[in-house]
Structures are given as structure tokens and as C-alpha cells.
Design a protein around this ligand. Structure first.
Ligand code: AHR
Length: 652
């Protein structure tokens, strides 16, 4: 070590040994630390990740979803040419009681007037979620259920038109059954447009019922039918998240009360038999993106599934608790609890049981004979820790523990980082020895910078933390770097923090109920926020062993977040330095504890001004820059202002 290095070292305090358990050999930390949390909020599912192009495909929209909605919302009845007929919403003979509404179309008369050159008939049009995006030459697969109510067959045209009403691709069929029957086909549009509409038109006289009118692009993520929008799913895959928590959030425990809790069995099986409902965020979830699709997505992006089930109580904000007369959290009647507990056990059998088991057979029938390998299950979300909650949680937890001792249950400790539910939730979880507890907090960036010691004092061996939802209330660089600083503390405490996921994940332009979010999108574009860049940088550069004292900070940089981890799969050493200050600084890096390291490292740098952010017009205003830097056993690194530096050093 030369004189200059020695002098510099003297100026740097070792980034304090905040955790007494640290040894020079490093300490084992969670290899599942950074994942994602998907909830159908902000049109994340229907109109978002779920690639269905038809809005209100099953005529189930209702005032329960939104006061102004009904079964015909987003549909327009048409009688082009000089045609005549009637449309009505029916419930008498549905395909399945879970999906009660359908329409009857009575085609009384097909005719034309000389000046009209378009298609003639009686039918309906759907514009999707603010227009359907189609590309010339690509294939779009439609399917619908029809039932012939008149003696004669009805000829049908299914076509795409542009916003001028010009047909750009079509497919035809003729009804052939007086029972519900599924018809399907493909449309290949001749032109590209972002504002296409789907038209379903009866072109002969008669009467039919219609339901489940669906259109999917063939090009979905991994080309799966009933699949995900490829660009959005790819952004998730690019993060290489260790796990995906789903389907919520508040959506799980039912903002609309007990009857609105997410019951996983309603979300599997044939699409026409699933039971959609309000998602509590002011719109409808058709659950086409249901448990099977969630598990399949996890497998496709190599992330562990983390389903969350209600703890037998509904949301404490249900039934308008915040209004005078609201009644808040309710528990399922105790008489229903044994059946509910069984529902949770059935989920684990569905995910992990052999294809010969009752519920494993349903998974196999859906196309996945091999078990999904479920390891985690969340019970409850931010629930108020009341006697009703405790009684029901305990029943579910003990049943899962007894039947599936290897499954790791995640309990809940309320919606804040402190307070009654937090205290009571943790106390209760410790009494029951719940292995992992879910904490949530949405707080200012300063909080994240100032609270990097939060987990240093959590007792080891008394339950691990899943930081299931967190965000620093903004999408500026200052927010992202503050989160990054905090994430270094999650790594440092990776022996007690097992998992963490930013929230919410997605938000659709013009359909957003909650800001900030990690990824914004519209029908054609996406822009990953600076917060996304940070999440991705941590996820792609996580390790399983943490080393203390490698990065030495100056005393005035106490609030800069630093960490050093090793990834045992590659042997790489990864350094992270998150500087939430508006000025640059220096750190000393001491790699003498490691042998056989390469003489250079890859630096991924996210840096800029505190107020910088990405947006639809400038999706890349802040981006990660990659360069190669020289590294030595002891070297000085200049840390840019407002930045996250990730330095990966390979084994020689
Ligand atoms: O992430 C948005 C919401 O925040 C979640 O649904 C809920 O769990 C939390 O209150």
C-alpha cells in the first residue's frame, strides 16, 4: 500500500459495523431478496399486462365496478346499411352461473341503401381499451361463444376496422348449434393502426346469444395463448426478479367487503367459467389473468410465485369505513372458516400436488402436469390486527403448517412502518412463530435515507421480514437514489430481510389510480421509471453473501448507502454505492479480503440531477451507463452526485 493510499484510508471511516453478527468471511444473506409485486391496479391487468384486446368481453361490467358502468359498457350496438334488430342483456341461460350476463341479438332485417358501401347487418363494436393496436400482417385470434335461438343458422362476420370505419381484416363463421358453442378464428389486418375496433356482425336474419367475445394478439410473451403483452412482460423478465407477489394488495382482502375478497378458485379453469368481480380500484377484473396465468408467468420469467390469500377478513377500509356509518373489517363467519381453510390448503395442492391429486389434476388439465414448486404463501394484506383477524389467521396458519410444513407462510404487520398494527402484527407473528412478516410503507425519500439502520436491530431468529410494498412517493432521481440507499441496507440486513418488492408495479396512462409506480405504459409505449432502473440494477446484481467494511465512506457521507455482496454462482463481487447528495464524493474500496479478482470491473452508473425523471416523451432521460473501470486491492472511487454505482468484479 503506498503512502497516498494510507493517507486516504485514514480519512475514511469504515462504513460502520452496524451488525454485530458480521464476520470477515461475510454473512449469508437471502438469495430471494429482490422481487416484484403485481396487483391489478392502474389497469395493470385488463388493458395492461393481460393481452386481451376486448374490453368488457363477458358483459359483466356493472355499477359495482363503477357507478356508470353496465353490461353494455364499451360496446356499441350497430345496424349498418338499412338493417334492423334488437339487442338485450340476458341472464336466464348463461354459459356458466359464474359469468351470468350475455346478450341476445335479434336480427330482424338486413338491408341497404344505395349510397352505403360498407358491411350490412346487426351487431356490435368494441374499441378495446382506448383503441386496439394492430400491426399489418400480424395474426389476431378471436373467439366467442354463440347460441342459435332461431331455427336457422346465422351467418356472422368478425372483423377489424380502423377509426374511419374501413374494414382492415376479417374472418367469418356460421352458427351451428342451439347450445352454447365456442367459435374461433384469426384475423390478419392489412394495415397497422393504434385505433382499431372489433366488429361482430350478424349478416342473416335470425336470433342468437353471444358471450365471451375475445381478441388476442398471437404475439404474446412467449407466444402463450391467453397470454401477456410481450413488451410489458419483457420489462419484468429483464429485471430477473426472484419472486412475484400477486394478486394484491388491497385487491386480495376485498375493498368491497367479504364478498369481494379474491378467491383463487374463481380465477382458474376455462375462461368462460371464471368469476370476475370489482377489483376495488374502480374497475372490473375478468380474472382471465388468474392463478394459472400468474404461476405460468412466474415460471416464464424464472421467478418464484408468491400468492397472497385473504386471512379470512376483508379490508378494514371496506364498506366505506372512512365515511360516517362505515363498518370496516369483517370476518368470514366462523362456520365458513373450515371450508375457507381447506380452500387455502387446496391452493397448495393445486400448485404442488401430483397430477393425480384432486387439485393437481386441475393444474394438469390446464396444461401444467408438473408441480409449480410453490415455496411461499402470504396470508393477509395490511390487515387491521383485531381479535377477528387473529382467530382466523391462526386457523389458516396452523392448518398450512401442519399439512405443508415446508411452505413458508408470510404474515402481515399492517400498512405502516410503525403504529398499532405494526406492533401488534409483529407480536402476534412472533407468538405463532410465523416465519416471515410482510411490512409496507410509502414514505418520503428522506425517510429512506434516514432510516437505513432500521433492520440492524431486528432480532435474528424471531421471524424474517418481507418488505412487500415500499416506495418513496415520487419518480424523480432523488426518489430512486434514496430507495437505492435503503436497498443497500436491505442487503446488509439480508440475514433478517428475506424479500423486498417495490409497489405498485404498473400504471397505464389515463387509467391510473395510484402514483408513483414503477413502470408506466400506454397502448403502444412503455417507460421504465428511474426507480425501475434502480430495482433492476439491484436485482441483476444481487448476491448471497454480504461483506462488511469493504467500502469505506468519509464521515460526512454517513447517509450514503454502500454494500458489498458476493454471488456464489459466478464468484463475482458486487459493490453498490448510492449517493443521495447533490455533491460528488469519494470512497475507498478495500478488496484485500478477496483473492483472484480481475483487475477491472464493470461499472453500471445511474446518475443525474435530483429532479430528473423519465417520461413518455423522454423515456431515456435518465439511463444506466456502463463502462469498464480499473480496480485494485485498495483503490479510490469517485462517487458522482445523486447516483447509484454498481461495480461488478469478476473472478480471475
Ligand atoms: O400498492 C397499492 C396498495 O397499497 C396496495 O393494494 C395495498 O396493499 C397498499 O395499501
Amino acid at each position: 500500500m503506498n503512502k497516498k493510499t494510507l493517507l486516504l484510508l485514514a480519512c475514511f471511516a469504515v462504513s460502520s459495523a452496524m451488525n454485530a453478527q458480521v464476520t470477515n468471511d461475510g454473512k449469508k444473506i437471502s438469495s430471494d431478496l429482490f422481487g416484484i409485486f403485481f396487483e391489478d391496479i392502474n389497469y395493470s391487468a385488463d388493458g395492461g399486462l393481460y393481452a386481451e384486446m376486448v374490453q368488457n368481453r363477458s358483459f359483466e361490467y356493472s355499477p359495482r365496478d363503477r357507478a356508470t358502468w353496465n353490461s353494455l359498457s364499451d360496446w356499441t350496438f350497430i345496424t349498418p346499411g338499412y338493417s334492423g334488430g334488437l339487442i338485450s342483456v340476458e341472464t336466464a341461460q348463461p354459459i356458466c352461473a359464474n359469468n351470468p350476463h350475455y346478450i341476445n341479438l335479434e336480427i330482424e332485417h338486413i338491408g341497404n341503401v344505395p349510397q352505403y358501401k360498407g358491411e350490412i347487418g346487426v351487431g356490435l363494436v368494441n374499441s378495446g381499451f382506448e383503441g386496439m393496436v394492430v400491426r399489418s400482417g400480424d395474426r389476431y385470434n378471436y373467439s366467442l361463444f354463440a347460441r342459435q335461438l332461431s331455427g336457422s343458422a346465422v351467418t356472422m362476420k368478425v372483423y377489424l376496422e380502423n377509426n374511419k370505419g374501413e374494414k382492415i381484416g376479417e374472418s367469418n363463421f356460421t352458427t351451428s348449434s342451439d347450445q352454447w358453442k365456442q367459435y374461433s378464428g384469426s384475423i390478419i389486418p392489412s394495415v397497422s393502426t393504434d385505433s382499431a375496433r372489433l366488429v361482430v356482425l350478424a349478416t342473416s336474419v335470425g336470433k342468437i346469444s353471444l358471450d365471451m367475445i375475445s381478441l388476442f394478439p398471437e404475439k404474446t410473451f412467449k407466444n402463450r395463448s391467453n397470454g401477456m403483452r410481450a413488451d410489458l412482460a419483457q420489462l419484468l423478465a429483464d429485471m430477473k426478479p426472484r419472486f412475484v407477489r400477486f394478486p394484491g394488495g388491497c385487491l386480495v382482502h376485498g375493498g368491497g367487503g367479504l364478498g369481494n375478497m379474491y378467491r383463487w378458485k374463481n380465477s382458474i379453469g376455462p375462461l368462460e367459467q371464471r368469476k370476475g368481480q370489482s377489483n376495488g380500484w374502480g374497475y372490473h377484473q375478468n380474472v382471465g389473468l388468474g392463478y394459472y396465468e400468474y404461476f405460468q408467468l412466474c415460471e416464464d420469467i424464472e421467478a418464484k410465485p408468491l400468492p397472497v390469500v385473504p386471512a379470512g377478513v376483508c379490508c378494514q377500509n371496506a364498506y366505506g369505513t372512512w365515511r360516517v356509518g362505515g363498518i370496516g373489517q369483517q370476518g368470514l363467519p366462523m362456520a365458513e372458516m373450515p371450508e375457507y381453510v381447506q380452500e387455502v390448503l387446496d391452493l397448495i395442492e393445486w400448485a404442488n400436488g401430483p397430477a393425480t391429486s384432486t387439485w393437481g389434476a386441475k393444474r394438469a388439465a390446464a396444461g401444467h402436469p408438473a408441480p409449480f414448486g410453490l415455496e411461499y404463501i402470504g396470508i393477509g394484506n395490511e390487515d387491521h390486527i383485531t381479535p377477528e383477524f387473529k382467530e382466523r389467521f391462526k386457523m389458516i396458519y396452523e392448518a398450512v403448517k401442519a399439512r405443508y410444513p415446508k411452505i413458508k407462510v408470510i404474515g402481515t404487520a399492517g400498512p405502516f412502518y410503525e403504529g398499532d398494527d405494526y406492533e401488534e402484527g409483529w407480536k402476534f407473528a412472533k407468538e405463532l412463530r410465523v416465519p416471515i412478516v410482510d411490512e409496507h410503507y410509502y414514505v418520503k425519500p428522506e425517510w429512506f435515507v434516514d432510516n437505513q439502520h432500521r433492520y440492524d436491530t431486528y432480532k435474528r431468529g424471531e421471524g424474517e421480514v418481507y418488505l412487500g410494498e415500499y416506495a418513496s412517493q415520487g419518480n424523480k432521481l432523488i426518489n430512486a437514489i434514496s430507495e437505492a440507499a435503503y436497498m443497500t441496507s436491505l442487503e446488509r440486513n439480508g440475514d433478517v430481510v428475506r424479500m423486498a418488492s417495490y409497489a405498485p408495479l404498473f400504471a397505464k396512462k389515463n387509467f391510473t389510480q395510484w402514483n408513483p409506480d414503477l413502470i408506466y405504459f400506454d397502448n403502444t409505449k412503455t417507460y421504465p421509471t428511474v426507480n425501475y432502473l434502480v430495482q433492476k440494477a439491484f436485482s441483476l446484481n444481487s448476491g448471497d453473501t454480504y461483506y462488511e467494511g469493504i467500502i469505506k465512506k468519509q464521515a460526512e457521507d454517513e447517509k450514503m448507502g454502500v454494500s458489498c455482496v458476493r454471488d456464489s454462482k459466478t464468484g463475482d463481487i458486487i459493490l453498490k454505492i448510492a449517493n443521495p447528495k447533490a455533491s460528488s464524493t469519494k470512497v475507498m474500496i478495500d478488496l484485500s479480503a478477496f483473492k483472484h479478482l480481475a483487475g477491472n470491473g464493470t461499472l453500471n452508473l445511474i446518475a443525474g440531477n435530483a429532479e430528473d425523471s423519465n417520461n413518455f416523451d423522454h423515456p431515456d432521460m435518465v439511463k444506466e451507463a456502463t463502462s469498464i473501470i480499473k480496480v485494485k486491492k485498495n483503490f479510490e472511487y469517485s462517487v458522482p452526485a445523486m447516483s447509484l454505482s454498481v461495480i461488478r468484479i469478476k473472478k480471475k
